[in-house]
Design a binder for this molecule. Structure first.
Ligand code: HXC
Length: 268
């Protein structure tokens, strides 16, 4: 689907996207690139990162891939540094890396719980922490948009409660809290805007393939207000809005992009 945004809304911007090699992260990489940004993709799997970079370059997008695990502070520091060295600056950080699997609380080991917290919550904080020195260009009192931008990919699971997702729900609740705290403190101190996006069920993603068998995916369309799964494109357009000047007064929000699904119940 064609983008409603002008092709130059992110012209000259440099973006680093964790988990940017597949699924929603890759769509954000692609759309940011198509709208003028240079893109650095961070991922754990070399092959996936290389394939994603090749696809972006084939469209004429300036892109690099850097292998790394957001759970390791030294990886986070190195990837941020390499991005800066290659492109000369860093304007936007998108935290898209996430771990997920379905398991009942009874069968989930504390280490399994910790693993997802480590990737989603601690990993998001670590990336923000390491990227800060490049993102803080605005300085005290400059207000939102004077500095860089952070986007944290969240979920809606923890707004209520979700079966077999105790670990991810806890992790994404922490991500939303990180979004608000950094929006307050880094917005005030450095003019950095920090926002989140909470996608609903998005078709054609590794997350959906793993978490929702096809028969469940059909169920969403039975009681979701907009009667369908979302597309990766929907999330990328929300990301473009928040990362561009269109969103210059938005700070500390997590935008729900789920067609209204989380607040709906089956009709009775
Ligand atoms: C129960 C599991 C498990 C499973 C791992 N563990 N998979 N427990 N069921 N399916 C437990 C292990 O037993 C272990 O605990 C601990 O977790 C660490 O496992 P490892 O395999 O050593 O971890 P690691 O290799 O680091 O892999 C972490 C991972 C990751 C989280 C499993 O590989 C992963 O899932 N990657 C997929 C990424 C992904 O799907 N991304 C899309 C996310 S979609 P013990 O106690 O045995 O040591 C998304 C959407 C959310 O986030 C919103 C949905 C609507």
């Amino acid at each position: 689907m064609e983008s409603p945004f002008k092709a130059d809304v992110l012209k000259g911007k440099v973006v680093l996207i964790t988990g940017g090699g597949s699924g929603i992260g890759f769509e954000i990489s692609t759309q940011f690139g198509r709208h003028g940004a240079a893109v650095a993709i961070m991922g754990r799997r070399r092959q996936a990162v290389d394939a994603a970079v090749a696809a972006l370059r084939s469209e004429g997008i300036r892109a690099i891939g850097v292998e790394g695990d957001v759970r390791k502070q030294e990886d986070a520091a190195r990837v941020v540094e390499e991005t800066f060295k290659h492109f000369g600056k860093l304007d936007i950080l998108v935290n898209g890396a996430a771990g997920n699997f379905l398991v009942s609380p009874e069968d989930l080991s504390p280490n399994g719980f910790r693993t997802v917290m480590d990737i989603d919550s601690v990993g998001t904080f670590t990336m923000c922490h390491e990227a800060l020195k490049y993102l803080k260009k605005g300085g005290p009192g400059k207000g939102p948009s004077a500095g860089g931008i952070i986007l944290n990919i969240s979920a809606t699971l923890h707004y209520t409660a979700s079966w077999y997702q105790i670990h991810v729900s806890a992790a994404k609740a922490a991500v939303d809290s990180i979004t608000r705290s950094l929006a307050l403190e880094w917005g005030t101190d450095y003019g950095i805007r920090v926002n989140g996006i909470a996608p609903g069920p998005i078709g054609d993603t590794p997350g959906m393939r793993k978490l929702a068998p096809e028969e469940m995916q059909n169920k969403y369309s039975e009681f979701g207000p907009l009667y369908k799964l979302g597309e990766r494109w929907d999330i990328a357009m929300a990301a473009l809005y928040l990362a561009s000047d269109a969103g210059k007064y938005v700070n500390g929000s997590t935008m729900v992009v789920d067609g209204g699904l989380w607040l709906s119940h089956p009709r009775y």
